[in-house]
Design a protein around this ligand. Sequence first.
Ligand SMILES: Nc1ncnc2c1ncn2[C@@H]1O[C@H](COP(=O)(O)OP(=O)(O)OP(=O)(O)O)[C@@H](O)[C@H]1O
Ligand SMILES: [Mg+2]
Length: 270
Amino acid sequence: MIDKISVSIRDVTKIFVSRTGETKALAETSLHVREGEFVSLLGPSGCGKSTLLRLLASLDRPSTGEVELTLNNAGRSPVSVVFQDYSIFPWKTVLGNVAFGLRLAGKKRPEAERIAREHIVRMNLAGFENAYPGQLSGGMKQRVSLARALALDPDLLLLDEPFAALDPQMRQILQEDLLRQWENGDVRTAISVTHDLDEAILLGDRVALMSARPGRIKRIFDVPFGRPRSPDIRYSQKFSEIRQEIWASLRDEVRPAGPDAAPIKHSEPI
Ligand SMILES: Nc1ncnc2c1ncn2[C@@H]1O[C@H](COP(=O)(O)OP(=O)(O)OP(=O)(O)O)[C@@H](O)[C@H]1O
Ligand SMILES: [Mg+2]
């Protein structure tokens, strides 16, 4: 059976024009994401990952090429986006924030609040329904963002470094929560930008690696783990093997260019 494609990026370029000149953010790049697939997008800073995500969210348009979303949309929201910086309303409670998107999508208040409450519990925020974002930690705020995106039951979930602002332990816990939610079948297709190699592998069915700016998809790695998968795959031999393979390819993009550039000695993630 041929898998249904839900996201097609075909020969997309993006050039930003400003008074000081042109920036080519994306070179001709193509990516096809199957329905129900989780693709992690990895690449050096400035290679156009956020630009690509904004094109997918229809927040911007490509300079050339096509972005095509083939979504089911059977009573669901087409696209939900989660950004790094929480993007929740400080003047609304947790419940108000999570219910907000559902209200916009046309749900009546009681139903919006019922669905919102469910997702608040699933994201381990029970008891904080009436709290305001200012009273929450960074990790909790990002849980609210995730709950809000997942409550919409989107066909396509777009995440732009959703855990980057969190400390390493909280990041790991939220990755595990998202993994669990994802495998519970709430969302169909996801594309997640990250700088964290472990996160890319833990969550992704495939890892798409981008080259340095102007970015294009350089290589795609199949993640050799089925679903449902345990977060403990992190400690397996297979995990470190795929991690090393991806890092070897990513390192070439992150390494400063030019003959005088100092070699990078440590195999650390960017
Ligand atoms: N609105 C804009 N106007 C002009 N240049 C832009 C604009 N948005 C992005 N760029 C440029 O396009 C390039 C790609 O930016 P983008 O934010 O997509 O990179 P990124 O891969 O998400 O980086 P990071 O990992 O640091 O978030 C950068 O050189 C950036 O300066
Ligand atoms: Mg970015």
